[in-house]
Structure formats: structure tokens, C-alpha cells
Design a binder for this molecule. Sequence first.
Ligand code: PMP
Length: 423
Amino acid sequence: EVKTINHNRLNTKLTELLKILDCDKVYKDADNCVIKDSEGNEYIDFLGAYGAMNLGSNNPHVVDALDKVRNKLNLAFIGLNPYEAGLAENLVKLTDNQLQHVFFCNSGSESVESSLKMARAATGKSRIIYCRNSYHGKSFGALTVTGQAHYRQKFEPLIPDMIEVPYGNIEELEKELAEGAAAFIVEPIQGEGGIITPPQNYFKEVRELCTKHEVLLILDEVQTGFGRTGTFFAYEQENIVPDILCLAKSLGGGIMPMGACISKEWVYQKAYGELSTCMLHSTTFGGNTYACAAGIATIETIVKEDLVKECKEKGKFLMEGLNNLKERYYGIKEVRGRGLMVGVEFENNIDDTLKEANGIKELPFNSYGAYIASGLINEYGIVTAYSTNNMSLIRLEPPLTITYDQIEKFLSALGNLLLENSE
Ligand code: PMP
């Protein structure tokens, strides 16, 4: 029976692994779920740029749409362009017309910035509540609502009046909501924080309490959107609607940088509706023709290829495979997530004696999750990631176009690593 991690094996491989984590590879080509490095080695993409590659790399429909813009249009760069209007309409429809105003920008951080400013402007209040272990981006506003000390420390003092509460804890949240706030910003599943799923009914209660205390609910679906968790938006599974929705990553089809901040019309009107204030928030390239053409093609492809359903089924297959490994081998502590947004947490941290034996004081990773991620890419050509917030974990977010065969390859590689590394 296997009970522990084989530290001798880790010991001999540590230096080698450190080199790999140094990012000494140049990735050259990518096609759907396969990435090639400059030496011609191929990798299966099990990370999907943390949710930006829901359609895989260089999706042909998105590339075609961009080619069409390039060949046929010579649009003036002023005012609303037809692609912008079309994409806005599609996005509103995807919310079942429950959110009616779309503001386009260029990234996830920027979409979060927009939502925070909109919430303050619409309510005239300044307090904004956010969650521990959250990730909303690295610009000042987004960073201030990111509850991970290692990202924040060097940039203090951050923006005042932003208050942290534990994710998933209703009592603490209600205490803060009762004191009044402009908004509560939260991820449906915490991605960068380590694929942390909320307790059952959490979001139902969050929605009720925000309404009761007249606090805007901002959902950050930058990572969970566009089918990633098995519904088009993750909030659909909670039977709630936010007041403001932040999107980015896969919105640009994995090719164009793009973000959007979508809100209830009254929120926008209260914040910026008057003619004299409508330019208080804007960005030059937000809603540009190319980005919006990519956005339209992305949504069309997800719908036509039924990728949301595919995601749900493939996610189930992956999850079953992982739970099976958990039962058969030592090393997996927990498998969690939804759809194709999955975290695998491992048992053993690499201990300090091992670091000392290798003469390494500042290890860039300190646990078995980081080690497994390195083993997967180095020995099996499979790209995953650990979380900087929790290195005993690997994050799996493959494109929704991943094949069952590729999922099986991943499962077998992980099984082998677990077997090799235990004794
Ligand atoms: N919000 C969430 C939930 C994210 O996962 C990320 C990126 N990982 C961001 C915001 C920031 O997006 P960007 O990197 O495009 O600024």
C-alpha cells in the first residue's frame, strides 16, 4: 500500500524541475489544444491561458471573422461601429435581457475597474466589499479588491474603503453589508485563488442580502464566463442575476484582447446617464471593430458547436477520471470545480529538509502541486498550472474543444506521476 511521497525521487529531480519553472521555453505555434515550442516539441494545452482559450488557440472561425474585417471594411474610428452594436446586442441577449447596458474595454482588470467606478458613481457610496483569496486583476482598483497579500504588499497603500470578507461566509458578509456599501464584488468560483467553489446556496443568500441592503452585486466572470463551468455564465447555475457583470478573456476568442462591463440599465443611467457625465469613464480602443468581430464569432462558435454542453459532458468525464485516480493512488487530497474549471489539490508539501538538502533557500515553488505541474509539462508534454495562492494545487482549464482522447492522455500521465512519486 502506498502511503507517502517518495522524497528521494523528488530530491534527485528538483534541480531539473527548477529549470523548467524558469520559463526557458519559447512557445511558437498553437493550434486548438496543441502548442509547439521552438524545438518542435508538442504540448497538450490543459490550461487554456486561464480561461482565455475556451475555443482553443487560433480558432478558424475567429480568424475568418478577423480576415473579413481586414478585407472588406474601412471603418471610421469614431462612434459606434456595427460590430460593436451587434456584439452588445448578443451579450444582452445572453443575459436574457436582464442586463441591458454594455461597456467595452480591453482586459479583465479594466472591466473590473469599470465596475468599481460605476458602482461608486451610481450609489454615491464608497465602501466596496470583496473576498479573501479573490483575484480581480493588477491595476490599482482591481488589485485593491484582490484578497491575496503577495500581490498587494509592494503597492500599499491601496484604495481606501475596500473591505475584505471570507469567501463563502454569509454572516461576515451581512455584517459589512448592513453598514452600507456601494458594491460587493465576487467570483462565482475563485479561479486564481485555487479553484475554490462556494458553499451551496451561498449566491442565493448573497443576492438576497445585497438587494435587502441596497448594495450592488458585481459578479466577476472574467474566468468563469463563455461556457467554462458548464453554463454560458456561471451565475445561471445559482439562479441569480448580478447588477454588474465583468467579462474578458474568452470574449475576444483567444486572439483579441477584450473586456466588457455589462450592467442593468438603471445602474449605468444613475452612474453616467446624464450627457455631461457620459465621458467620465471611457477607453480609446474599447469596442474596436476587430475585437468585436472576434467577440461575435466567439459567441456564434460556442452556440453552433454546442460547446457549453460539450464542456459539461467533458467536465464530468474529467472529474470521474480524477476521482478514480484519487481512489487508486496516494497523493490526491481533493478534486473540485465545475465543468472544465477543475482544481486538484495534493497531499504533501515538499518539506524544508528537502529544500536544505538541495541548497535552495528561496524555492519558487514549495509543494507537490507545483511539482506535479512541472512533471506534467516536462515528462508528458501537458500544460497545467499551480496557483500562486496555493501551490499544493494544479489548475485545469483546457479549451472546451479538448478531445476525450486528450483528457485520457492527461489522466494517464497524472496517474503515472502519482505512482512514480509514491512509495
Ligand atoms: N478577474 C478574474 C476572475 C480573473 O481570473 C482575471 C485574470 N486571471 C482578471 C479579473 C484580470 O484579467 P486581465 O488579466 O485580463 O486583466
